[in-house]
Design a binder for this molecule. Structure first.
Ligand code: OGA
Ligand code: NI
Length: 337
């Protein structure tokens, strides 16, 4: 039986000159053609402008049309973004056993290192990545279980996730404004339990056969992603075609999650996306997941339903949603209605 430190893709990828069979995707799931026409690019929104009404409109339109947008001039400093990306790159470059040790401090497993997907044994075919995840609420709860190596980890990731919470609330407030929800709708329990999820995709000998991350919708309110500056990998499914999300230095990629799809009663839809690998460079991405507390109720907002547009999703706690999501995976949507 292989141990986790041996199983990590980053531990063995460079001793193979071809893709091991258990990582070769079925033909229908292999990365095919990617559209790169300007008409279908993911919108880039400047938060530094002075016309708040215009920013609100852009955010809402991008969310409705793509479920994805990028933001620039968002107020998070370039230095903090760089430091954060570097700390996670350094983490994934540490010796495998050290990585496992640094993620084993919580007996309840709140901080996790895994390879492929969260459930390696259930994957029919594995994914070309290693991931690290842990909760990151601004209260500092759980921080005692975060890695302590690299030595500045807690300091940098603590600072970064506090800034990201502010940015998340800013984006959610713009969405509330656009949708006609009370501006504080997401300020309490609905954004109380964020998590950070860091993926590391090592170079792959044949990217046409593998995926780094399967096609999915995020089980979040929204997700804010810091991409590697140079290495492309994220793709969004739009009208049946895959669109690449161009890395823009110092921008964040924002996407609508399934929970916001429920809350907006389907007006916003969690877009499907995936990550592909490449043969020359490793890619690291840092996702900030806006998650509610487990007891928060997830249901269509009262302000968005009426007799002519009745609720199409049932009400459940976030805890129930999570259990369903992990059991049903992509089939979750049938379960929500
Ligand atoms: C995710 C995700 C994209 C990426 O973590 O849910 O979609 O580029 N990540 O790693
Ligand atoms: Ni995702």
């Amino acid at each position: 039986m292989e141990t986790l430190d041996q199983m990590l893709v980053s531990s063995w990828y460079n001793v193979h000159s071809s893709v091991p069979p258990s990582f070769v995707q079925l033909p229908e799931n292999r990365p095919g053609r990617v559209v790169s026409s300007l008409h279908k690019a993911i919108p880039v929104i400047d938060f530094g402008g002075h016309d708040l009404g215009d920013t609100t409109k852009q955010v809402l339109e991008a969310s409705e049309e793509y479920g994805f947008f990028q933001v620039i001039n968002h107020g998070v400093s370039k230095d903090l973004m760089d430091e954060t990306m570097n700390i996670f790159k350094e983490f994934h470059a540490m010796p495998p056993k050290e990585k496992v040790n640094e993620c084993s401090k919580d007996p309840n497993g709140s901080c996790k290192l895994y390879t492929s997907s969260e459930n390696y044994k259930k994957d029919a075919i594995h994914y070309w990545k290693d991931s690290l995840t842990h909760p990151c609420p601004p209260s500092g709860e759980y921080m005692e279980y975060w890695p302590q190596k690299p030595s500045k980890y807690r300091d940098v990731v603590g600072k970064y996730t506090r800034e990201l919470k502010k940015l998340a609330l800013k984006i959610l407030e713009l969405l509330c404004e656009g949708l006609g929800l009370n501006l504080g709708y997401f300020c309490g329990g609905l954004s109380e339990n964020p998590s950070v999820l860091v993926h590391h995709y090592p170079p792959c000998p044949d990217p046409s056969l593998t995926l780094g991350l399967a096609k999915h919708r995020d089980p979040t309110i929204i997700t804010i992603l810091l991409q590697d500056k140079e290495v492309q990998g994220l793709q969004v499914l739009k009208d049946g075609e895959w669109i690449g999300v161009e890395p823009i230095p110092n921008a964040f990629v924002v996407n609508i999650g399934l929970l916001l799809q429920i809350i907006t009663n389907g007006r916003l839809v969690g877009a499907e996306h995936r990550a592909v690998t490449n043969s020359s460079s490793a890619r690291t991405s840092v996702a900030y997941f806006v998650y509610p507390s487990f007891e928060s109720i997830i249901e269509p907002a009262q302000a968005l339903i009426n007799e002519s547009t009745p609720a199409i999703y049932k009400s459940m706690t976030f805890g129930e949603f999570r259990r369903n999501f992990f059991q049903k995976g992509p089939k979750i949507e049938e379960e929500l209605q």
